[in-house]
Design a protein around this ligand. Structure first.
Ligand SMILES: [Zn+2]
Length: 79
């Protein structure tokens, strides 16, 4: 469980949750703070490992997304 191929986590599907869809609190893996219920946020789902999906603050994911794009040598947004 601890050994996750990195490319799994790079190929992700990003979903935006509206406040009314956020029915419970989650822990953001970027800042380790709660995402309160009722807060619009982002769900990041690795395509190869849907069980490993994570909930992020929007701002936190934007930072991470930018970092990933830079790492892959891609300056544009990937879809
Ligand atoms: Zn966060």
């Amino acid at each position: 469980m601890s050994e996750i191929p990195l490319h799994w986590l790079d190929d992700v599907e990003v979903r935006f949750l509206q406040p009314y869809q956020a029915v419970k609190a989650y822990l953001c893996p970027h800042c380790n703070r709660d995402i309160a219920a009722g807060t619009g946020h982002v769900v990041v789902v690795p395509r190869e490992a849907p069980d490993l999906r994570r909930h992020w603050h929007r701002g936190c994911w934007q930072l991470e997304d930018r970092r990933r794009a830079a790492r892959s040598g891609n300056t544009g947004r990937r879809r």
